[in-house]
Design a protein around this ligand. Structure first.
Ligand code: OSB
Ligand code: MG
Length: 369
């Protein structure tokens, strides 16, 4: 297959509820939709999920655009591609920049599946038609409001709650949630807000029956996480640390975590994500699918991938209306009894709403053969 054309929508969608983490507050999500067209007119869709600020990891939407336009597109359009697994290899000479790579790599996977008349999930192992999902709750210092918010999501059927925490906002909100919901599957995510000095404080979290503590320490730290995992009962989960299969091998050999939040864009695309799933299966690491406040395109991709039965732990894949007033799909992603159906159509299985894209986005063409 030959890539003949690449088009893009640069989109900004307002969030229904501002999302606050240990590092900042998000009121709108900016993302790009990339359309990759082959010589037969088939079109694959990919999403660039990087944030505007380099506060989650280093990549931003601006740096990723530069990498895509200057470095990745020339490599992608120069070759006759037989299989999407080759794309990661084509990009090998470009170091890092996983989200930029993933936006194109996943578009080629979608294109390949569509061209082969298949749903993307047919390329994965042991899939299900619907998957249990969780919700990630931003920092809300008014604890009455926090409990109201969580109650609403639990009533909607969400099967696991993840609470963002930071120093000064941890034990109290967790205690309030546990008092109201003694049995829900509950976990916390610190987005690197703590340091090794907080180890005794973090040990107190063992009292709350948390499923795991996500990314307490710095985004590139394996040693302190290993030290903490050794000193705490609760499982540590790594998110920001994990960019490659090699990072998983390092975390495993040091004992830095017992769980991995896998995000397809953070590891450069589906090919690396599949390798990580295999590794976690072999080493019995609890792997689950994370999210990046994706639009319906990125979440449709996540649903296809998370359809694999190995993802028993509910992921950060919520319905469209948890994030946005209006999604960019012809039909929004919906939750029913705590499950979301995996779309059945070709490729990622969803269609773009041109009207919504043009309402919130700006269109341009990046490449024509
Ligand atoms: O750390 O997992 C995270 C959202 C944006 C950036 C980082 C993270 C998150 C979430 C929400 O926790 C995941 C989602 O519902 O998309
Ligand atoms: Mg996280």
């Amino acid at each position: 297959m030959e890539i003949q054309r690449i088009d893009r929508y640069r989109v900004r969608l307002p969030l229904r509820i501002p999302f606050e983490t240990s590092y900042g507050r998000l009121t709108e999500k900016a993302f790009d939709i990339l359309l990759v067209t082959d010589e037969l007119g088939n079109q694959g869709i990919g999403e660039l999920v990087a944030f505007e600020q380099p506060d989650y990891i280093e990549e931003t939407i601006d740096t990723a655009r530069t990498i895509i336009e200057k470095h990745l597109i020339p490599l992608l359009v120069d070759t006759d591609i037989q299989h999407p697994k080759e794309v990661a290899g084509l990009f090998d000479g470009v170091k890092g920049n996983q989200m930029a790579k993933s936006s194109l790599e996943t578009a080629v996977w979608d294109l390949y599946a569509k061209r082969s008349n298949k749903s993307l999930k047919t390329y994965f192992n042991d899939t299900r038609a619907q998957i249990p999902v969780g919700v990630s709750i931003g920092i809300q210092t008014d604890l009455t409001k926090l409990i109201d918010q969580i109650t609403k999501y639990i009533d909607l059927g969400y099967k696991r709650v993840k609470l963002k925490i930071r120093p000064g906002y941890d034990l109290k909100p967790i205690e309030a949630i546990r008092k109201k919901f003694p049995d829900i599957a509950l976990m916390v995510d610190a987005n690197s807000a703590y340091t090794i000095k907080d180890i005794h404080h973090l040990q107190q979290l063992d009292a709350y029956n948390l499923a795991m503590i996500e990314q307490p320490f710095a985004a590139n730290d394996f040693l302190d996480h290993a030290y903490l995992q050794n000193e705490i009962q609760t499982a540590i989960c790594l998110d920001e640390n994990i960019r490659t299969l090699r990072d998983c091998e390092l975390a495993f050999s040091l004992g830095s975590c017992r769980s991995i939040n896998l995000k397809i864009p953070r590891v450069g695309g589906l090919t690396e994500a599949m390798k990580i799933v295999d590794f976690c299966k072999e080493k019995e690491i609890l792997v689950w699918l994370g999210g990046m406040f994706e639009s319906g395109i990125g979440r449709a991709l996540n649903l296809q991938f998370a359809s694999q039965k190995i993802f028993t732990f509910p992921g950060d894949i919520s319905a469209s209306d948890r994030y946005y007033y209006e999604d960019i799909l012809t039909e929004p992603i919906e939750i029913r009894d705590g499950d979301i159906r995996v779309p059945d159509g070709l490729g990622i299985g969803v269609d773009l709403s041109q009207n919504t894209l043009l309402k919130y986005g700006v269109y341009d063409t990046l490449f024509i053969k």
